[in-house]
Ligand binder design. Structure first.
Ligand code: MN
Length: 234
């Protein structure tokens, strides 16, 4: 049986769901069966976790800073409070069950908050000195800035390299990362671009969008999905 991969869609005003097809196609190509999980499902999380072999937390709106004990910064974007709470509980129960999780962009940030980490509500406003452009204006499949991968990390092993070029569509970023995660990629301006679990079977979050690069046939992005789905096979 192919592994069943839950995917959390983005929401508009905590109401309408939407999701780029690239997420589903990347999972199907890697040998998984994607199932989209809507919000408003909080009471069913234990049953959902039992059903899933893996979870993909996708991109979307900003995470409500109240969830890491901060008030909203002037440059905070739109938040999705219902999606935040649903995904946090889903992620925590998946972590407790040691089932594989991959987080993309907001999904990486959600994972960090789920384990007690914090975020820059706006990385450009809350960091000193020259920064890279992390909200690229070029097409979504165009690799923009480079990231340095940590020696010995799962991500470096998957990439087969210690430096890769990624696309970048974020204005929030990880700030404090709890010790249950290790940083596995950083940009040249110091912004954290990926983390992975130190003790779980497979937990990987990336700040860029490998699902968009995978659609274009990018080899590292395809291997990231292959490894994720491989970890989900029972
Ligand atoms: Mn970036």
């Amino acid at each position: 049986m192919k592994p069943i991969i839950g995917i959390t869609p983005d929401v508009e005003k905590d109401d309408k769901h939407f999701l780029n097809n690239d997420n589903m196609q990347a999972i199907i190509r890697a040998g998984g069966v994607p199932l989209i999980i809507p919000i408003g499902n909080g009471e069913n999380i234990a049953q959902i976790v039992g059903l899933l072999d893996g979870l993909l937390l996708t991109g979307g709106n900003d995470i409500n800073p109240i969830l890491f004990n901060e008030e909203p910064h002037t440059h905070l974007g739109e938040v999705s409070p219902s999606r935040d709470l649903f995904e946090l509980e889903l992620a925590r129960q998946m972590l407790a069950a040691d089932k594989p999780i991959m987080g993309i962009c907001r999904g990486l940030q959600l994972l960090n908050v789920a384990v007690g980490g914090t975020l820059y509500q706006d990385l450009h406003q809350q960091n000193e000195g020259p920064m890279l452009q992390h909200l690229q204006k070029s097409p979504t499949t165009y690799p923009s800035h480079f990231v340095q991968l940590a020696k010995g990390s799962l991500l470096a092993e998957i990439a087969g390299s210690e430096r890769i070029q990624v696309n970048s569509f974020h204005h929030q970023a990880l700030k404090d990362v709890p010790s249950v995660f290790k940083v596995s990629a950083s940009a040249s301006d110091g912004i954290i671009e990926a983390v992975e679990s130190v003790d779980k079977k497979f937990v990987l979050g990336v700040q860029w969008h490998p699902e968009l690069l995978a659609t274009k046939g990018d080899a590292v992005s395809l291997r990231i999905f292959d490894r994720f789905i491989g970890a989900c096979v029972k």
